[in-house]
Design a protein around this ligand. Sequence first.
Ligand SMILES: Cc1cc2nc3c(=O)[nH]c(=O)nc-3n(C[C@H](O)[C@H](O)[C@H](O)COP(=O)(O)O)c2cc1C
Length: 233
Amino acid sequence: MRTVTMMLIAATWLVVGCAGDDATPEPVGGPMSAVVQLPDPEYDGDLSLEATISARRSVREWGPEAVTLDELGQLLWAAQGITAEWGGRSAPSAGGTYPLEMYALASKVDGLEPGVYRYRPHDHQLVPTIDGDRRDDLAEVSLGQASVGTAPLNLVVTAVPERTAEQYGGRAERYVAMEAGHVAQNVALQAVSLGLGSVPIGAFTDDEAARLLDLSDGEVVLYILPIGPPVSR
Ligand SMILES: Cc1cc2nc3c(=O)[nH]c(=O)nc-3n(C[C@H](O)[C@H](O)[C@H](O)COP(=O)(O)O)c2cc1C
């Protein structure tokens, strides 16, 4: 009996689908109308995992160089990229409910119009959602933090908690926050491995951040991750 119960509990942790991509909005019109195919990620960086962990520090000032499209693709792959044929991703997810979404606020990314883009993990693509450089607005909703307002790239982690709540009820809020932590650490380590820096930003006004990204009801901003070349590079 105990074994059967354990198996049932374990079964609820199996993948239940590939939540996320279905909700991806249509691209905006104008110069940003095209979906952007990201370059394939690399799977064998030069730095050891231990050296990468040792080198990670929060970075808040950026050098003048742009982030490349290769680097952006690599960072998004580290955040939520597909790493298994069944749809498993780079970061774990409670019951495979995948409540998280990734947005890129590109301000200075080579080969990319400044704007807001939503990541589509299954196609490794970006869907443009809002045009123009929005980092000043993002800094404003982040209590004026200069690390946000000056970064060539800000990644934003959002969540649709209901995807997880359908399966786990009141535990979902905790699970979703845990998942955002996994993602933020993956991004921070991937940034180091690329020779970039980042800082996790938790201080922002929730409603204003959601409005800025034009999120639907039920989608919330969890983390802002400014990324760029460290000033000492
Ligand atoms: C949940 C969380 C929220 C944070 N929010 C901010 C923030 O809003 N602004 C900021 O500059 N740093 C923020 N940080 C970064 C911390 O200040 C930083 O991690 C800490 O000073 C330790 O330094 P280290 O990251 O270099 O190890 C945050 C870190 C965490 C984990």
